[in-house]
Design a protein around this ligand. Sequence first.
Ligand SMILES: [Fe+2]
Ligand SMILES: [Fe+2]
Length: 177
Amino acid sequence: MAASSFADRLNEQIAYEFAASQQYVAVAVHYDAETLPRLAAFFYRQAVEERNHAMMMVQYLLDAGDQPRIPGVEAPRTEFADVVEPVALALDQERRVSGQIGALAQAARDAGDYAGEQFMQWFIKEQVEEVSSMSALLAVAERLRDKPMDIEEYLAREAVVQEAIDPTAPPAAGGAL
Ligand SMILES: [Fe+2]
Ligand SMILES: [Fe+2]
């Protein structure tokens, strides 16, 4: 059945979002242990966002009458050579997810699943923002790789423009954190 194949793929995506969340927790803890609290805070917050993405997908499946399957996730990477490597890993991850989200929107469209296609629109916009902010952070981290305190300074300044609650975000199962 066409519609359930979109549901199956969305279920797979739940695993990728939880895995992204775990990876960002691992990156945050790494920076925290290095006494880089702004970098840690940035990734702790990203971890919560990824968790919320997973729970939005869970809620969508519940609403659509499909049984969400909560997955186990692979262990994240926890060892990093320098201050730049985790950000480069994060950007790779965001680019990969952008491809996955695009493929999901395509699968919904191919199945004639308009509700599914509409659901994916918010994630498409979200990925544009996440790739953009991670690209900016990578550029800064590469420029300042020998001065991590200056990266901290940058994040302290940029934190002022932290995103407010997005009223267009899909509801998350149990409520967004
Ligand atoms: Fe995500
Ligand atoms: Fe993300």
